[in-house]
Design a protein around this ligand. Structure first.
Ligand code: PLP
Ligand code: COI
Length: 339
């Protein structure tokens, strides 16, 4: 195994030893197969390649101080993959098959789970796509479920430090009745112009507004948006954003801390009045936002706390990460230890 610089890992791909594959054919799933190849042989007319009949998940395995490896709410990822499969008419991956695949792939690549204290974790990427050949636009009859892992560092190089976000108005990620609520590849293809535009302008990530009126905040690149004001945790309700498992968990933690929670449309102008803002997701964890720049109107919103994350974001971050690494009591039963 190559020597990995655990503390400086980017959020990127690192080759590991094994991945898992499973094929759906003749109306049923086959057995899980372990592979040491990074490549898949796919039919050139596969619907996943042509028509974006594809969905994926993202979750992490965390190494605690006690050496144990923990998964966080994997069953929510399994359920979301079921919803995504339904969204683009793919064969669903049964929850038990999903569980067996992720536990197996983590166990087989145990040595790639970064050591405790490095801020890194093992990212687990399950993906499902139409592998059957079709030329007309219709769902495939065959599917492939693959799970690979890769050790990763923070999604934003800033780690738990304020990031800069750009409001992008000239491209949309998802339509209200489209696929925005599903974790399907097409949404990410549609987001690329916004991502690159924001990055070229010197920002970490784009903020998308609702596509109909451009009045309300949707989400931030590959993360949900939240804000803190008057001891209240505020996060957008929208029919074109992904239901983040991290956000759902932080909502619970905010309630545990005695905060009020509001899930409702959040107008852009409200950015003016927030005390703290942040992005949250498996990859982003909780990334506090220091600045939001509306590229088209030139309006800039700043959240300064002497250049540090705000107090409530910090408390939420410490609690969430504490649970994931096994240092804070798991009172909601979110953790599965990999035996
Ligand atoms: N929004 C989008 C578009 C995402 O890709 C992700 C990442 O999965 C999230 C939000 C955060 O979701 P989760 O917390 O379940 O990782
Ligand atoms: C995740 O947070 O798991 C994501 O899916 C982000 C990813 C698209 C980079």
């Amino acid at each position: 195994m190559q020597q990995l610089d655990w503390k400086n890992l980017p959020f990127g791909y690192v080759k590991t030893d094994y991945n898992i594959r499973c094929t759906y054919k003749d109306g049923k799933w086959g057995n899980l197969e372990v592979s040491d190849s990074e490549y898949i042989s796919v039919h050139m007319a596969a619907t996943g390649l042509h028509y974006g009949q594809e969905a994926f998940e993202g979750m992490k395995a965390y190494r605690g101080k006690d050496g144990k490896i923990r998964l966080f709410r994997w069953n929510e990822n399994a359920k979301r993959l079921l919803r995504s499969a339904e969204g683009v008419l793919m064969a669903p991956v049964p929850v038990e098959l999903f569980k067996e695949a992720i536990l197996k792939v983590v166990k087989l690549n145990e040595k790639f789970v970064p050591p405790y204290g490095t801020g890194a974790s093992l990212y687990i990427r399950p993906l499902l796509f139409g592998s059957g050949a079709e030329v007309g636009v219709r769902p495939a009859k065959e599917y492939m479920f693959v799970v690979f892992v890769t050790p990763v560092g923070p999604y934003f190089k800033e780690g738990f430090n304020p990031v800069k976000i750009a409001i992008v108005r000239d491209s949309d990620r998802a339509a209200p009745l489209g696929t925005g609520t599903f974790k399907v590849g097409g949404n990410y293809a549609a987001s690329l112009r916004g991502v690159v535009k924001a990055q070229k302008a010197g920002f970490n990530s784009p903020m998308y507004l609702d596509t109909k009126e451009k009045r309300y905040i949707d989400e931030i690149g590959a993360a949900n948006f939240f804000a803190i004001k008057n001891n209240t945790y505020i996060t957008p309700k929208s029919d074109s954003i992904l239901a983040s498992i991290t956000n759902m968990s932080i909502i619970q933690l905010a309630e545990d801390l005695g905060l009020k929670v509001e899930r409702r449309p959040v107008a852009v102008e409200e950015l003016e009045s927030f005390e703290e803002t942040g992005a949250c997701g498996t990859a982003a964890i909780i990334s506090p936002i220091g600045e939001i720049n509306d590229l088209e109107t030139g309006k800039i919103y700043k959240y300064c706390n002497g250049g540090k994350p705000g107090p409530i974001s910090t408390k939420l971050y410490e609690t969430l990460v504490g649970i994931q690494y096994g240092e804070v009591a798991d009172k909601h039963g979110w953790i599965t230890v990999v035996e």
